[in-house]
Design a protein around this ligand. Structure first.
Ligand SMILES: [Zn+2]
Length: 397
């Protein structure tokens, strides 16, 4: 939006959310009826509804009893996108307060976190996104340690616990130089400043808490490298509390299952993983031994040069071991592995393999994972009767 459009828009609709972020009810006149992406929309004389911008999502709520599902600023107009048409020109609007307050907590928390990154790591905020789940900040630093992230988080929470004032006001462009803004403003004309008492000054059009204490808590939950920067995920207020509750429930459940304390959990998991590795190694040895014996038994029962068999309940890996042993005796083999269907006397083929000793690359396994496993390839009554391996030795079966 250019300066002219923005000025026109300001003139067209009085933005009550700039004057009071806590106001949720208002009466107003419908100025224009339009459509937005095929849905009915209205522009109003004044509004408490915040349109999506600056990384903050739009407000939701109701207008004359009809749900407002989106609010967008298009060509200088604030469009209230509605679930259905509304009739009268004079309407009452109600903003969904829990959603608005959640956005206030996340957005005010973001300003504090951004300035904490500047203070602690000289890291500039390159972008901010307030998501449905978590919010993200891309910070212009190449790397970060656990300790550094903890320091930034500690500083941000100090500012929250000090319950500092958050003020918003407009400053003319020619006087904005006297305000120590964290970043130069993107807009021109009258610039809205969000000031966190003696800590941060930002040019911002978002809705904010009155005092930092209302943010409750800010928690950095993870970070990833993106381009040459670090993108941090964070949660504030109610979101941080819900995340804490969820994580505490997961921990309690794991501690119960593993009979461990919270502090002792990593050591118990490490021990279990080591035991699992050792069990897998032992099982592999047993499978190899079993395959040796089974192959000898098969060869004993089949006097020909090719062994064909339907193998119930064998995995692809077990089939392969068996085939390698048969091949070791200079024979060819073709196997079809099948699994009994629960509750039905059927075998469902889920993998096949053929193996020729003369051509090492000729063996193929079609394990039938994923969709193939769920979709029966063929059913036959009886245990393996009528299942001829040759029939299943192509990818199309
Ligand atoms: Zn902001």
């Amino acid at each position: 939006m250019n300066d002219k459009q923005e000025k026109e828009s300001r003139d067209l609709t009085r933005r009550l959310y700039f004057e009071d972020a806590y106001r949720t009810e208002f009466e107003t006149l419908v100025l224009e009826r339009l459509t937005y992406e095929g849905k009915p929309a209205v522009a109003l004389e004044r509004t408490c509804f915040y349109p999506e911008s600056g990384g903050q999502p739009p407000d939701h709520g109701v207008l004359h009893g009809v749900r407002v599902t989106d609010v967008q600023e298009v060509d200088g107009k604030i469009l209230h996108i509605l679930e259905s048409e509304i009739g009268p020109d004079r309407v009452k609007g109600i903003v969904d307060w829990p959603r608005r307050f959640d956005h206030m907590q996340q957005h005010s928390g973001q300003h504090i976190l951004s300035q904490s990154f500047v203070e602690v790591l000289a890291g500039e905020t390159l972008s901010f996104h307030l998501g449905e789940g978590a919010s993200t900040l891309e910070i212009g630093i190449a790397a970060v340690t656990e300790g550094e992230a903890a320091q930034v988080e500690k500083r941000a929470n100090e500012i929250i616990f000090e319950n500092r004032d958050i003020k918003t006001y407009f400053v003319d462009e020619d006087k904005i130089g006297s305000v120590p803004l964290r970043k130069p403003p993107k807009k021109r004309g009258s610039i809205r400043v969000v000031e966190i008492e003696s800590f941060d000054f930002s040019a911002c059009g978002g809705t904010h808490c009155r005092r930092t204490g209302e943010i409750g808590l800010v928690k950095i939950t993870r970070w990833d490298k993106i381009r040459n920067n670090i993108r941090f995920e964070f949660l504030c207020g109610g979101r941080a509390l819900r995340d804490y509750s969820m994580k505490a429930a997961v921990l309690r459940s794991l501690c119960r299952q593993l009979t461990a304390s919270e502090e002792g959990l990593p050591a118990v998991v490490e021990k279990l993983m080591q035991e699992n590795k050792s069990v897998k190694r032992d099982m592999r040895k047993l499978q190899e031994t079993l395959a040796r014996y089974e192959s000898l038994e098969m060869i004993g029962k089949n006097p020909g040069k090719t062994i064909s068999a339907v193998l119930a309940e064998k995995t692809a890996e077990e089939m392969k071991l068996l085939a390698l042993n048969v091949m070791g005796q200079g024979l060819r083999c073709g196997f079809c592995a099948a699994r009994a269907r629960p509750g039905a006397p059927h075998l469902r083929p889920f993998g096949q393999l053929e193996h020729q000793p003369a051509r090492p690359r000729a063996h193929r396994i079609f394990p039938g994972e994923g969709k193939r496993r769920r979709q029966p390839i063929a059913h036959r009554d009886g245990v393996g009767e009528g299942l001829r391996p040759g029939k299943y030795l192509s990818k199309n079966t």
